[in-house]
Design a protein. Structure first.
Length: 79
């Protein structure tokens, strides 16, 4: 797992060649529909469900990856 995997998802969804770790999804031209595609791809790749609110509050690959890691940690602690 890495920030680059989330950045790669952003690239695929936004159809851009490269996305920096701290780039803002919405400043790159993303909208709510494309955001739901990002969340769906993250769910498939990381087996984590994030809310759209979490996505809006963490719109960069680095921040969003941090939410993925935190969610996975929380899930492990519950087991």
């Amino acid at each position: 797992m890495s920030v680059t995997r989330v950045a790669s998802i952003f690239c695929r969804v936004l159809q851009v060649p490269d996305v920096e770790a701290n780039a803002d999804f919405f400043e790159l031209g993303g909208d709510s529909l494309l955001g739901t595609r990002v969340l769906s791809a993250i769910s498939r790749e990381f087996f984590v469900e994030l809310s759209f609110e979490e996505f809006v509050e963490n719109p960069s690959p680095k921040a969003l990856y941090g939410r993925v890691v935190d969610t996975l940690k929380d899930a492990v602690q519950c087991v």
